[in-house]
Structures are given as structure tokens and as C-alpha cells.
Design a protein around this ligand. Sequence first.
Ligand code: DAU
Length: 347
Amino acid sequence: MDDSPRTILVTGGAGFIGTNFVEYLLRQTDVRVVVVDALTYAGQRHNLAAYEGSGRYVFVHGHIENAQLLYHLCRTCEVDTLVHLAAHTHVDRSILQAQPFVQTNVQGTVTLLEVARQIRLRRFVQMSTDEVYGECLRGECAEDTPLLPSSPYAASKAAADCFVHAYRRTYGVPAFIVRSCNVYGPYQFPEKLLPMSILCALHDEPIPLYGDGSQRRQWLYVDDLCRALWLLCCIGEPGQVYHVSSGVELTNRELVAQILQLLGKPETLMRSVPDRPGHDRRYALRWEQLRCFGWEPSVQLEEGLRRTVAWYRDHRSWWEPLWYGEYAQYRRQWYEQVLQSGVRQEG
Ligand code: DAU
């Protein structure tokens, strides 16, 4: 029996991964897409404006904690697959203020799971992160590595993942979890290292590197994540955890150096600043399972960075209001309240 999706509800569809995923669905598949997005600072409805009125895409402004709205949408739009991307995602903001992360990432996920109990879904896809395992100094984390989150953000995602597991076991919600490494590409809010570095460099401003800049992350181009998500929407099995990564690991300093080179800017733009409290030095995921399904990353880092830099260079009108608006305010607060006050975490 063909149980591939016909109508997908994407929460957080106006955010970074959401926008790219919805575009992928509308261009590469014939599914119908319903987006629910609260349009917080990180979500922009106009990202997908070109598809409004197309007949295959519906945008609804709403919060994932609004169970009635979600239930109504799932019923009236005959949603069979739910991809849960809505989340607060920035580690530094969670250090400034953890509560919104508990509210959206934990409470919001539980609300969605409650809705999922009441309808017939084929799949509930929980988007998660490698950060739930905490620092991984050697080797790679497997799907059953114990969760040991370091930041309030990671803790909120780990808690949400635990609820997903519990709702699958207790109520049979057909849910599984996708954990990804660092993702980059167009439409990423400027608070993240990669777009922030591009935009600082374009302005010839110093690029703040936390601590010694030798923290390591794996980097995946967003199109490759979208392909993996779609594949899992079609064949993912309830109760599983799936890892998505490129295996391409770099220090932050190496990554920023590549961006500077692409932009023809000097490495002297990199500036060491006090470290992020509780900063994990390394994450690494084992992702053989997806390879067995025939998925592998197709965009090499150099190409992905080239495309991303070009996108930000060509989309000033997208990032300018963010860079000089919400982001500027937040940056000031982060530096004054956390980095300059020397907040430190033991051990
Ligand atoms: O690993 C997956 C995770 O990747 C996602 O779950 C998160 O939602 C996403 O925000 C990202 O978390 P990171 O903390 O790794 O991303 P971020 O871009 O904030 O930072 C990447 C690295 O760069 C990290 O080691 C911290 C460092 N960094 C970051 C900023 C914003 C700096 O050195 N300076 C900075 O100004």
C-alpha cells in the first residue's frame, strides 16, 4: 500500500528550515502543504508569498499551542503527515531566557502530540538536534546515545523528544525523531554563526568568535536536509530516531575563514570574544541508517557556502530589516548581559 503523504502540515514553515522544506515540497513533489507559523522574530510569511493562492499551499498564522486550531486544520485539510519544525532554536537566546524555550519547544510539542492522538496520521515527524546528546569529544553519537543536553535550548529539545517517545509508546502516535547536525543555507536568521559571519564581513565589521574558535560542528546544506526529511516522510518508521549529517566537520575558525575567502575579506576580521557559557566543544552524528535508505549529502561544503554567500549578497532586502532591527537589539542584550558580565558555568 502506498502510504506516502498527500497533505503535510508543517509547523514553523515560515522559518529557516521550514521555508526551504516547503519550497522543496512544492517544487519537487505533488503533496499539498499547510503551514502553521506563529511568525515570531525568526519567521517571515513573505518567504513563501509566491506560492500563496497556488492551490497546493495554505498559510495559517497561529501558534502550535492552539490545540483547537491545529485539530480543526488537520481535520478540514485532511492532513496525513505532520512535520514539526516550529521551535525556538538559538542557544544564546536560551541562555538569556529559558522560559520561551520550555513554552514552545516542550509545551508546544506536547500540545501537538495531544492533537495527533485525536486524528489519524500516517507519520508525525519530530525535528530535533544533535545537541540533545551534549558534548561529544570523541567518536560519533549513535541513535541510542544517552541524552545529556548542555544548554536550556538543548534541554528543551531533549524533553520534547522524550514526550514524542512517550506518546508513541503510550498512545501509539506514529511518531519518530530526526536529529540533525548544523544546517546552513538561504533564509537563516542572522543570529546564527554562518549568516552572521557573512553579514559582518559584508559590512567589514569584526566577526565575534567565542573562546578560541576551535569548537567543532558538522555542517549540512539545507537542501540535503530537505531531501532527507521528505524521504523520511515517505518511509520513516514510528519509534525510530534518524540522524542526518554530512560528516563534514570543521572548527568555527576554519568555517569563518572559508567564508572570508569567498568574500575576498581578510582573516583579521575574526575577533575572539568571551565564550558562550556551557559551550559544547564538539558534536558529531553517526548517520549510516540514512545511507542505507540511499540518501547522502549531495552539496559539498564549498558549493553550499558559495550558494549561501551569493544568496545573502543578492537578498539585501530580506536581511536588512532583520539585521538593523530585532537582531541588533538582541545582540546588544546578549553582549551586555552575558558575554561582558563574564557569566560562566562550572566544569
Ligand atoms: O547542531 C544543531 C544545532 O545547530 C541546532 O539544533 C541549533 O538550533 C542551531 O542554532 C545550531 O546550534 P549552534 O549553537 O551550533 O549554532 P550557532 O550558529 O549559534 O553556533 C555555531 C558555532 O559557532 C557554535 O560553536 C558557537 C559559535 N559562535 C556562534 C555565534 C552566534 C561563535 O563563535 N560566535 C557567534 O557569534
